[in-house]
Design a protein. Structure first.
Length: 380
């Protein structure tokens, strides 16, 4: 019989082997779960990609008033039930209006649509209505709500389909000052150096990517890097050189992307400088340096070099709308101009430089309210 002192180490080794055998598969499983995403019935577990439409429930309430309204509501309810949504008919409460509202519980989304039948039998919702022959259009709209929630599809909506809070947050991100010199960089380098807020992932559309690839083959670089402007206006200026623009895009899950698009495909992009509004339209107050009388010295040279000299004199950035100038057939890249010496303002000097060549100068502002001059074609 072996002594007890000999058996104890053996038992300890045996217990350790069992523990390792139990622990190792657990750790391997944990590592595997962290590196892989499981799928169940076509839907990934929380933490992976998901389809918001599959997690959205739409409830429709039809408000009635009078016997006739109740009959018409029954007819509309039968039509709506074809789309698989729950429909409830009830009397309107005092002061109640049509609405589309959304509540969220985790990833589950509940959209309540309250509509009303008018005297002509049309179904009225906020900012839209449907008659009995527009059932297909009604179905498309309900599908939009299921995909995008109460805000609906962003296309064609004001402020790119963003609500007030979403737009304010995006606008504030674009209002950050740009302190990077982007001149001479490739587009990819410029976008990286501009450091737009990481809250908004950047995505190129297919058309934009094809355009960038062709531009890279020609070794194109950024030529205008306005100093002292915001990141939003700077980004718009940089992309404009490559016939590109950007805009915020609300995705089906409610997040906001910064989408870069080809200007040949759309003009609904973030502006290259904002127009002055009715309350703040005093150009002299916004850019007094342009309107003060001064002794303008003689200058002759390339159009863009003269513009840079005026920027240095006034401290106000001057941006070229490259895309519109090119589309308008304005020959500006190799244009030579002359500035006669006289006592005048820089605003008048800019007009004399641009007007004979079918260009105009406009005073705009960036997201932070700083003045900027934008040169664009005067025709078309």
């Amino acid at each position: 019989m072996k002594p007890v002192c000999y058996l104890i180490p053996c038992l300890m080794l045996l217990v350790a082997d069992v523990a390792v055998a139990q622990l190792r598969p657990t750790r391997i499983a944990q590592d595997f779960r962290q590196s892989r995403s499981y799928e169940f019935r076509g839907t990934k577990v929380p933490g992976g990609d998901y389809n918001p439409a599959e997690l959205t429930t739409i409830t429709i309430e039809l408000l009635t008033s009078g016997i006739t309204g109740g009959i018409q509501a029954q007819q509309w309810a039968q039509r709506l039930e074809r789309f698989g949504h729950s429909v409830r008919i009830r009397q309107a409460l005092s002061g109640e209006k049509v609405s589309v509202e959304e509540k969220n519980r985790g990833r589950l989304r509940y959209v309540t649509v309250v509509g009303q039948i008018d005297r002509q039998g049309e179904l009225i919702f906020p900012e839209r209505s449907f008659n009995g022959s527009e059932i297909a259009e009604l179905g498309e709209w309900l599908n939009e709500l299921k995909t995008y929630g109460a805000q609906g599809a962003p296309d064609g909506q004001a402020a790119w389909g963003l609500n007030q809070i979403q737009f304010k947050d995006f606008y504030n991100a674009m209002s950050e000052p740009n302190e990077a010199d982007l001149a001479g960089l490739s587009l990819e380098q410029a976008l990286r150096k501009l450091t737009i807020s990481s809250d908004y992932s950047q995505r190129f559309t297919t058309a934009a990517k094809e355009l960038v690839d062709s531009a890279n083959e020609a070794n194109r670089t950024v030529t205008q890097s306005p100093f002292g402007l915001t990141k939003g206006t700077t980004l718009a200026a940089v992309l404009n050189e490559f016939a590109l623009g950007f805009r915020p895009l609300r995705t089906p899950d409610g997040s906001i992307e910064l989408v870069i698009e080809s200007l040949a495909e759309t003009s609904d992009v973030w502006p290259l400088g904002w127009d002055l509004d009715d309350e703040n339209n005093d150009r002299v107050k916004l850019a007094p340096e342009l309107f003060e009388l001064t002794n303008v010295a003689y200058r002759e040279g390339q159009f863009r070099d003269v513009l840079h000299a005026i920027e240095a004199e006034t401290g106000i950035p001057i941006l070229l709308n490259h895309h519109r100038l090119t589309q308008g057939g304005v020959e500006y890249k190799d244009l030579k101009v002359k500035v006669e010496p006289r006592k005048t303002s820089w605003s008048i000097t800019l007009r004399r430089l641009t007007l004979p060549h079918f260009m105009k100068r406009e005073i705009k502002r960036d997201e932070a309210g700083h003045s900027v001059v934008v040169i664009s074609p005067s025709r078309g």
